[in-house]
Design a binder for this molecule. Structure first.
Ligand SMILES: [Zn+2]
Length: 237
């Protein structure tokens, strides 16, 4: 699979765009999150009309701020127009997530079903949701995602204040395949909202992982976390 970032910043790191990924997986293009800076980047890169599926981690602006614009793009600028397919995690948390997403989009799209379908996550083989609800913001629904193909497992944390959760998930996977982890990182202590870089260091030698959702120029000198923003192979340059 090809896993690249269209932005690597957090909510306020506008120079780096909002953290969002473009994943080519089993012949499909998946847009993972679509924050307020994402639509512009999709246009600049030239992929705004090439989305097959969307995945959403949670409902902060830096993850869904330009979502309805990207959805409308598929109807008004894509040739031929296509309905957006939004992948929804299974179970009651996924159902609640879908209800919240529908209500949010209805403010802008009025009748979201005209523009999009909610489809079960298992429509595509090999994508698993990691329920991180309440572990970014109390009472907020949120997900990380795991992508598995024949070669490797790729884990994406989403915004997450529990720095051990994704690594415990990685531990539970069969270890005979490569595992790559993209994990959010903060250079400030945020009281359990984000993962402080010092709390992630103990995983650096055990796992191949890269930090995102930050401004790399703020990385303290003692930080040993490899950052997505410093790895051109994960970016659109
Ligand atoms: Zn965020």
């Amino acid at each position: 699979m090809e896993f690249r970032f269209i932005g690597t910043g957090g909510a306020f790191d506008f120079e780096y765009g909002n953290s969002a990924a473009w994943i080519q997986f089993r012949g499909k293009n998946i847009l993972l999150d679509c924050g307020h800076a994402a639509y512009r980047r999709l246009r600049e890169i030239g992929i705004a009309g090439k989305i097959d599926y969307m995945l959403i981690t949670h409902f902060h602006d830096d993850h869904i701020g330009s979502l309805s614009t990207a959805i409308l793009h598929q109807k008004h600028l894509r040739k031929p127009p296509e309905k957006v397919q939004i992948l929804i995690p299974p179970g009651p948390v996924g159902a609640q997530f879908q209800d919240q997403l529908y209500a949010f989009l209805a403010h802008s799209l009025i009748q979201p079903e005209k523009y999009l379908d909610f489809v079960p996550l298992d429509t595509l083989d090999g994508i698993h949701a990691i329920d991180t609800s309440g572990k970014h913001v109390k009472d907020m629904l949120s997900f990380g995602f795991a992508f598995e193909d024949e070669q490797e497992n790729v884990l994406f944390s989403g915004d997450l204040g529990d720095p051990g959760l994704i690594f415990r998930y990685a531990e539970s996977l069969p270890q005979n395949k490569k595992i790559r982890i993209f994990h959010e990182v903060s250079f400030w202590r945020t009281d359990g909202v984000h993962s402080f870089y010092k709390d992630l260091e103990k995983y650096v030698n055990k796992w191949e992982f890269y930090g995102y959702h930050c401004n790399p120029t703020y990385a303290p000198e003692d930080s040993i976390i490899p950052l997505v923003a410093n790895h051109p192979e994960f970016l659109f340059l």
